[in-house]
Design a binder for this molecule. Structure first.
Ligand code: AMP
Length: 194
């Protein structure tokens, strides 16, 4: 069972339309800090990325940002994180974020968030890591993605046991407890029709 000391959060570089998103992201940062869990994230100060980092920092948490050199100005690297790692590429960002984390949480976001999430889940299904991954839902944001994944299972493109690699919750404390009790499902590979 994993000991969760460091959580990687994938989330939007935008704040979204509803102010609840940023408020919830800040709450996630704060709660991680209160539980003594390090936050690893993309290193920006905009959008939900900034909100989650600010929430953690305000509560005295340790925050590691990992940002590619080319995005330092565009995404506005956060000036106050505990540690800012400036890397050469998006690939290196994802690799470092994954290495530094014991678990992954996706908050609402756009294509970047989806891409990061898809990579860690697809790597888990290939047994390339065994760390828990979850959607932390805010206001039902992920309902359509969940419905799509269920449809992909029904249509034979995702195995049920791989679908279960992606947890979903709307409460961070409960989710962290589920992470701590999590063990990877048996027999994750091969693909469904093999
Ligand atoms: P978004 O969800 O589109 O607002 O993007 C959230 C974060 O994901 C931003 O920091 C993007 O720079 C980042 N991102 C977008 N594409 C990638 C990628 N291929 N690899 C790593 N990070 C990415």
């Amino acid at each position: 069972m994993p000991v969760i000391r460091s959580v990687c959060v994938f989330c939007g570089a935008s704040r979204g339309r509803d102010p609840r998103y940023a408020a919830a992201a800040a709450g996630v940062g704060r709660r991680l800090a209160e539980r003594g869990i390090q936050l690893v994230y993309g290193g920006g100060r905009l959008g939900l990325m900034g909100a989650v980092a600010d929430g953690a920092l305000a509560a005295g948490g340790r925050v590691v940002g990992v940002i590619p050199r080319g995005l330092v100005d565009r995404e506005l690297a956060h000036p106050n994180v505990s540690e800012l790692r400036i890397v050469d590429s998006l690939h290196e960002r994802k690799a470092q974020m994954a290495e530094l984390a014991d678990a992954f949480i996706a908050l609402p976001g756009g294509l970047g968030t989806l891409e990061e999430l898809a990579e860690v889940v697809s790597w888990a299904q290939l047994d390339l890591h065994a760390k828990p991954i979850a959607l932390l839902d805010i206001g039902g944001y992920f309902a359509a993605l969940e419905a799509f994944l269920d449809y992909a299972v029904a249509e034979g493109f995702i195995a049920e046991r791989h679908r279960r690699l992606l947890l979903r919750d709307d409460d961070l404390d409960r989710l962290l407890d589920r992470f701590a009790a999590w063990s990877p499902p048996e027999g994750r590979f091969p693909p469904p029709d093999a």
